[in-house]
Structures are given as C-alpha cells and as structure tokens.
Ligand binder design. Structure first.
Ligand SMILES: [Zn+2]
Length: 257
C-alpha cells in the first residue's frame, strides 16, 4: 500500500533506526518460517487486523460463529479502548486477541520510546479488557523496528506476520479477488491475513473479506485442513531443532496494511 511508504525525508532515519532492512516477505518466509507464521501442516491460521470496529467486527464474529470457526484478531489499543465490548465478545466466542499496536503507525517513523510505551499499553489493555494475556504481535504495515521487536519480546509477545494475504484493503476488492489473492498460499501451515475493519483500508473494503469467508473456510475444510487461531497453529514447531534466530528486524517489506 502506498500509505505505508516512508516520507522521503525520513528514509535515512528509518535505515538508522532499523538497520539494513529491506527484505520482501517471500525472502523472509524462506529464512524465517516462524516469523511468517508457518504452522502445522494440517492447519490454517486465520487472522484479522485493525479492529475492533463496531461497524464491521460484529459482522465477522457473526459469520465466524455461523461457520464454527475461530480466529486471531490483532487489535489496535485505541480501537479497543473505545469499544471494549467487542474485545470481550470476541474472547467469549472463542477467538484469540493479539496486539497490532496502539495506533496504526509505521514503527520506523515513530520517535524512540513511543512504540515501547504503546506496545506495553496495548498489552495491558487487551489483558484488562479480555482477561487474556496476548501472545502475538504483528506491527502495522508488517514493519518492525528494532525497538518494536525488543518491546514486544519484553512483554512476552511473539512477532508474527503472515504467509498469504487477501489484498482486501483495496477499494476494488471483492470476495472473488480476495480468494484469488489468497489462493496460491492456501495450504496447510499457512497464516492468512485479512482485515475486520476499514480503519486503514478503502471505506467498506472489509466487505470483501467478510464475503470471502464461507468459500475460504469451505476450501480449507474440503482439503482436509483445520482453520483456527494462531494459538492452535503450532508456529515454530517445524523448525525447532535446527535453531535459527528469528530476524524480524529484517522484515521490512515496505507496503502492507
Ligand atoms: Zn493494520
């Protein structure tokens, strides 16, 4: 997404802040499957970013309930603060809350110290509102800074991105385009990225993801794959034993929701 592009004057700052880091996701996925969210072969993780949003999140919860499917929701603190009832509802209905940050900002253009405070604040709010301590952190735009990574780990969060996305943030997106975008990556072990809010997307774009859900879940199940949250995905198990450091600092692939 263009809005993820760094302002030209900040590009140098970003490099200083993050270190040499401009790796597109396919390279990261090869190098760090745990960071990309590669999980168990018989399971597909369903994840939603940017909520909770009273205009759209309830529709997703209704549909997931109808489908008998659970998911992980990467929540924004400022949204959850305004709509705590949605955080409570998603946990009551078996979904997993996770941290997307406090505001939807690129960590590379944030003043030092701020991301640390905001991640901590978001963890505390998610825990207080839902009663569940979040396990996962996915930064806005999928962009990690060294500070964000350190802050997440300090709070016990595992960084995770995704292996396939639905490009559901575009104004032109519809259920068919979302399914087409996800299609090549729809396999066991995948972590799928969708959005339950248009907070940072084209207005109403969430309808494309919502409309894709029945077919998406149906295709997975027809292939013998279970669909569920990251907590059930077995992220990292496949690579245990051949220890390799996760290097999310190098995960800046510049241009995602
Ligand atoms: Zn986002």
């Amino acid at each position: 997404m263009n809005r993820a592009a760094l302002p030209a004057g900040l590009a140098g700052l970003a490099l200083l802040h993050a270190g040499p880091a401009a790796t597109w996701l396919p390279a990261v996925r090869r190098a760090t499957p745990a960071l990309a969210g590669v999980g168990a072969a018989g399971h597909v993780a369903l994840t939603f970013d940017d909520g909770p949003d009273p205009r759209s999140t309830p529709r997703f919860l209704d549909e997931l309930g109808r489908l008998g499917c659970r998911a992980t929701f990467f929540l924004l603190g400022e949204m959850l603060e305004r709509h705590p009832e949605l955080g409570r509802r998603l946990v009551e209905e078996g979904h997993e809350p996770a941290v997307h940050g406090w505001r939807h900002v690129n960590a590379l253009v944030t003043r030092p110290g701020r991301v640390t405070r905001e991640i901590g604040r978001a963890v505390d709010l998610v825990s207080a509102v839902t009663g569940v301590r979040p396990l996962w952190y996915r930064p806005p735009y999928g962009v990690f800074s060294a500070e964000a990574l350190a802050a997440a780990r300090l709070r016990g969060l595992r960084p995770v991105l995704w292996t396939a996305w639905g490009r559901d943030w575009k104004a032109s997106a519809d259920p068919a385009s979302v399914l087409a975008a996800l299609g090549p990556g729809l396999r066991g072990g995948a972590t799928l990225l969708l959005h339950d809010s248009d907070r940072t997307s084209a207005p109403g774009a969430w309808r494309s993801a919502l409309g894709a859900l029945p077919e998406l879940v149906g295709r997975c199940r027809a292939a013998g794959l279970r669909v569920g949250p990251l907590r059930d995905h077995g992220v990292g198990r496949a690579i245990r034993g051949r220890r390799g450091p996760e290097t999310p600092e190098r995960a800046d692939h510049g241009g995602t929701p």
